[in-house]
Ligand binder design. Structure first.
Ligand code: ZN
Length: 598
């Protein structure tokens, strides 16, 4: 009885074996090719493990979909239906491959939004420009070949001489065991992923799911993308309500003197790789000079609530306080308050087109470039982005500031991921080599030392970039506020780089969550505001989390608003330290003060 049931269950897979194999190969094509990409080529051991592991992980997550297609084909058992199923498989594989081959992206919410917003002429232009290129030409030649090959395999497999072979497979205990076990796991995986996805409260949470190999097939990606668009609409409508209902007359500016406030959002800056914070290599020579001259102040105990860009930036640019249980999309966009108080607002974003269609860019850019913000808040935004941050700063040099008071926000590429590409590759910018890195752990290699040196060169370049920003405003009454959205790891305390999270250790908190925060004041500002200078000096060692940064900016910008809370303002005498929770669950001070912890 049970025997018969098992046999019945695995029958569609055996009967439709060519369909299953082609579906696996075609839908997994991006993955198989990416395994040979440069990411894995560096370390042969990692490469070989991934070469075996990733296709298996993909198959295990994928079998449920494969089974569904095989089952339907076997059940309906009509030629036209089989042709239809093959057409769907080839079409989805083709879209996925074209996106990957042309832009290096997957099917994401952004891709679908772009598709939906594309009219007929744009679509034709798009196809001419991107699809019909030389690098895609072989696809057009390959397509008829694949169809012919499928036809031959199907014909061959349907021959009755294979009947005995099929029967043997169906009766084999090994085949039964393997198919049933993987199918059960795969169904569980699909359900579990579905539950995780449907429990995602916002686009930021959803964008974290994108790394999982087992869900990287076109069908899941399409479902996932539609869900992302649904979440984005939901988030935006509550945020847009706040923007629309905002009453400008609640806000005023008590000073009429000229002032420029420049907020610099850094990227992936490990505080402990800054010589301003005691790093052994001189990664901040220029800012050190500013510090020695008494213009620059460095805050020593600042953390970020999240280790990813999008959600951190949202929480910094909105007036909410996480420690007080407030969410960003139920609060105000703080630059809007500056605007209402008479400031001109400029947003110069060097990550504007970075990772263009990735899920993380979708989560961030749908917020930063919300149509209401673009029309109501920003006076001007940059039109171009550049490979190196120095050029985005230069491009701001051409902007004429006509208002007395200006808020300028720079969003840098900083030390993002490919460290080596974050600074110009010439002798002027290469200060450190693998020989500069004094490390002797057993797992340390020359390759890893070189990556650390690349990171330190990128950090030193960032020092130069911040100085260029300072120089733009040096002779005016100006304040530059620099912070980083989060840290990073580059083999600092364990054999790992990036922002891997496994539980929460002190090492992770130290390198991923502790961030630099510095304030620079021009001479004319310093001379006119001795009281502020004293407040800043008194606050350098206060424990602070950057979601409340806007409170400090309201203070510096003399903004009077109901959204200002002096107890959250880092330099106010009323400042009260708050409980600092990272990733919505870990008590930073609790873990760091626990001597027994890792
Ligand atoms: Zn970031």
């Amino acid at each position: 009885m049970l025997n018969k049931l098992f046999k019945t269950i695995i029958t569609p897979i055996i009967n439709q074996l060519p369909l299953c194999v082609f579906m696996y190969l075609l839908w997994g094509m991006n993955l198989f090719v990416s395994l040979f990409g440069p990411l894995y080529a560096y370390d042969p051991k990692v490469f070989i493990v991934n070469l075996v592991l990733e296709p298996c992980v993909f198959l295990f997550g994928f079998l449920a979909f494969m089974y569904l297609f095989a089952f339907l084909t076997d059940f309906i058992n009509k030629k036209w239906f089989k042709v239809f199923i093959y057409a769907v498989i080839i079409l989805l594989a083709g879209i996925k491959w074209l996106l990957y081959n042309t832009f290096g992206i997957d099917i994401t919410p952004t891709t679908l939004v772009l598709l939906a917003e594309t009219n007929k002429n744009e679509a034709i232009e798009f196809i001419e420009t991107f699809v019909l290129t030389k690098s895609n030409l072989y696809l057009i030649i390959l397509l008829p070949a694949i169809i012919c090959f499928i036809f031959i395999c199907e014909k061959f497999y349907s021959h009755h001489r294979f009947d005995i072979f099929k029967e043997k497979l169906k009766s084999s205990y090994w085949v039964r065991f393997f198919v049933l076990a993987v199918l059960m796991y795969s169904c569980y995986n699909v359900c579990a992923n579905g539950i995780v996805m449907s429990n995602c409260p916002n686009t930021d949470e959803l964008s974290k799911l994108e790394l999982d190999t087992s869900i990287k097939n076109p069908l899941t990606e399409i479902v996932y993308s539609f869900y992302g668009i649904y979440l984005m609409n939901h988030e935006e409508s509550s945020f847009e309500n706040r923007i629309n209902n905002f009453k400008a007359n609640n806000v005023s500016c008590s000073q009429k003197d000229s002032l420029n406030i420049i907020l610099v959002i850094g990227e992936s800056y490990i505080k402990h790789h800054s010589s301003l914070y005691g790093y052994y290599l001189n990664t901040n020579p220029m800012l050190s000079k500013e510090q020695d001259a008494g213009n620059l102040f460095v805050f020593n105990d600042v953390i970020t609530p999240y280790s990813s860009t999008s959600i951190t930036v949202k929480n910094v640019l909105c007036t909410n306080s996480l420690s007080d249980g407030e969410k960003w999309n139920n609060s105000l966009f703080f630059p809007q308050l500056f605007k209402a108080a008479g400031y001109d607002v400029f947003f110069w974003d060097n990550q504007k087109y970075w990772g263009d269609n990735s899920n993380f860019a979708f989560a961030l850019n749908s917020f930063l470039y919300n149509k209401l913000l673009v029309s109501n808040v920003y006076n001007q935004v940059n039109k171009k982005a550049y490979p190196f941050d120095e050029d985005i700063v230069k491009s701001f040099g051409d902007v004429k500031l006509t208002a007395k008071r200006n808020l300028v926000i720079f969003h840098l590429l900083g030390q993002h991921i490919a460290f080596k590409e974050r600074f110009p590759n010439n002798e002027d910018y290469i200060y450190f080599t693998k020989d500069s890195i004094i490390r002797n752990e057993q797992w340390m290699t020359d390759y890893k030392k070189q990556r650390i040196a690349d990171y330190d060169n990128a950090t030193r370049y960032n020092d130069y970039v911040i100085l260029q920003i300072i120089n733009l405003f040096r002779d005016k009454k100006s304040i530059v506020v620099y912070f980083s959205d989060h840290g990073e790891e580059v083999y600092d305390y364990r054999n790992s780089s990036g922002r891997k999270s496994d539980g929460m250790s002190r090492g992770q908190l130290k390198y991923q969550f502790e961030v630099p925060l510095m304030l620079w004041f021009s001479d004319s500002y310093r001379n006119d505001n001795p009281d502020v200078m004293k407040q800043v000096k008194d606050a350098l060692n206060r424990p602070f989390m950057i979601d409340n940064l806007c409170q400090l900016l309201f203070h510096l910008g003399d903004i009077k608003t109901k959204s200002y809370h002096s107890e959250r303002d880092l330099i106010s005498p009323n400042f009260k330290p708050r409980k600092r929770i990272v990733l919505d669950q870990y008590d930073y001070d609790g873990i760091m003060n626990n001597k027994k912890g890792d």
